[in-house]
Design a protein around this ligand. Structure first.
Ligand code: PEP
Length: 263
């Protein structure tokens, strides 16, 4: 269903009126995690400055360590709803288990499946059945074939509004948190009709790499980027090392405007 074999034209997925796909370059930005109402609103305003047309932010955070910040849960979703109402930015937010879909879906314009859940087939089927746009991040240990098969689980439930997100894979390299597999962008675009975007924040895990990795993503033909921003990265409860604030956001927005022939 997600292969280009029987579906030659590349798909445009529309999220609350915002297109993602060929002939567009969509910027999704926001805090890694919702922490407080003021932090989320400030991050959303920074996201707008970055040129974002969609707001990202996690209320449920599937962390490697059970002792790390796990997110605010439903109260985080309510904060996101308020910030969405105030900024007008449609919302991309993560759902981490099948039972959570019913709770998260009414708040979200697009459901995010994180890297750790790419193989959670029950969750994939549940978001497929929810009938709303899905952002499917690549598992950090998944091949492109496995990633596309995960998308197939969603599509099989009648939902083809799927955007794929390359977010780095695990390699022997330790200088970066993950290794951005930039070749995944053209490879996936050849194999699948689904849009593919890049997350330069989680790939490198480092603020200084967000700009060069964004440039690389655009040069490779990605249909968009997803970027972490935070009003005060030094106090961030989640992934502060990769969060942008001003002036880096202006540099990234400028690079996107200059490198994209479409913007
Ligand atoms: C995220 O985007 O909030 C996130 C946790 O990313 P990943 O699942 O790619 O680690």
């Amino acid at each position: 269903l997600v292969s280009r074999e029987h579906h030659v034209d590349r798909t445009v997925v529309t999220v609350a009126g915002v297109p993602i796909g060929p002939d567009t370059l969509t910027v999704i930005a926001g805090p890694c995690a919702v922490e407080t109402p003021s932090q989320t609103l400030a991050a959303a305003l920074l996201a707008k400055a970055a040129g974002a047309s969609l707001l990202r932010g996690g209320a449920f955070k599937p962390r490697t360590s059970p002792y790390a910040y796990q997110g605010l849960g439903e109260s985080g979703l309510r904060i996101l709803a308020d910030v969405k109402a105030e900024t007008g930015l449609p919302l991309v937010t993560e759902v981490i288990d099948p039972a959570g879909v019913e709770l998260v879906a009414p708040y979200a314009d697009m459901l995010q499946i994180g890297t750790r859940n790419m193989h959670n087939f029950a969750l994939l089927q549940e978001v497929g059945a929810a009938g709303m746009p899905v952002l499917l991040k690549r598992g950090f240990g998944a091949t492109i074939e496995e990633w596309l098969m995960a998308a197939e689980y969603i599509a099989q439930r009648g939902n083809l509004d799927i955007v794929l997100c390359e977010r780095g894979i695990r390699t022997f390299e330790t200088a970066t948190r993950n290794t951005l597999d930039i070749s995944a962008v053209p490879v996936v675009q050849r194999l699948s009709h689904l849009p593919v975007i890049v997350d330069p924040s989680h790939s490198g895990g480092r603020r200084d790499l967000v700009l060069p990795l964004t440039r690389a993503a655009l040069a490779a033909g990605a249909d968009g980027v997803m970027i972490d921003v935070h009003p005060d990265p030094g106090t961030a409860l989640c992934d502060g090392d990769q969060a942008l604030t001003r002036p880096e956001i202006d540099e990234v927005a400028d690079a996107i405007a200059r490198l994209s022939p479409l913007v």
